[in-house]
Design a protein. Sequence first.
Length: 229
Amino acid sequence: MSKTILLLGAGKMVGEGIASHFHQAGYKVALASRSGNFPWDTKNSYLHVKADFADPSSVEGVFQKVKTEYGVPNVVVYNTAIMTPTPQPTSESVAAFETGIKSTIVSGYAAAKYALEGFRTLPSEVSKTFIWTGNGLNVKPVPVLFNLGVGKAGAASIVQTLAAAYGNDGFKFYYADERKPDGGFISQEISGENHGKFYLKLAEGAAGVPWDATFVGSEYVDFGGKAFW
C-alpha cells in the first residue's frame, strides 16, 4: 500500500520542510490549515484541506477527506498552536485562553484519537506514527508564553500517555522538540529542514527514541528531560 502523511498545521517553515522530505520519500502528502492555502506548494503536489483547529469538531472531517482522497494516513503530524505573548500569565482573557487551548490541546487530542482509529485498520507491517510538534515549554515555563506553555504541557502529557498505552501495539507517539546543541530553546532558529529529516526518521525507524523526542539538527539528543534557558 502507498504511504500517506497528514500534516495538520502546515506553515512555510516547518510544514514545508516536513512535506518536502516525506514527498521525496514517496509519501502522499495531505496538508490542513485554517486557510487551506499553501502558496509554497508551487507544483500543487499535495492535497489541501481547510480546517479551523480552534474548532476541534473540524478535525474529524479532515481525516475523512484524506481517507477518501488518499486512504488512511499512516503518519500524522500535529503542528498547530496559537502563540499570544502576554505581559503577565493572567493578562489574557478567558475567551482567548480557551481558544488557544482548543487549538493547542483539544484539536491535537482529536487528531491523535482519529489517527489511532485509522492505524488500527492498517496492515501490521505498515509503520504507524503520530508526531506532535513541541518545544521545551512542557518542562520549563516562560511566563509571557503562558497559554502556549499550558498547551505544550498538555500535549506532552497526551503523547506520553498514548505511547505508554499503545506502544506495544506497534503504534509510535512522539513529542518532537528541536533544541540548540546546549539544550536551549530553538526559538527563531527553528529549522523546517531539520524537522523534515528527523520526522522522516521517526516515521521509518528511529529505534530507541523515546516519546520525548528532543533533537539537534536531525538527530535525537537526550537532555534528561530538561530544558536550558
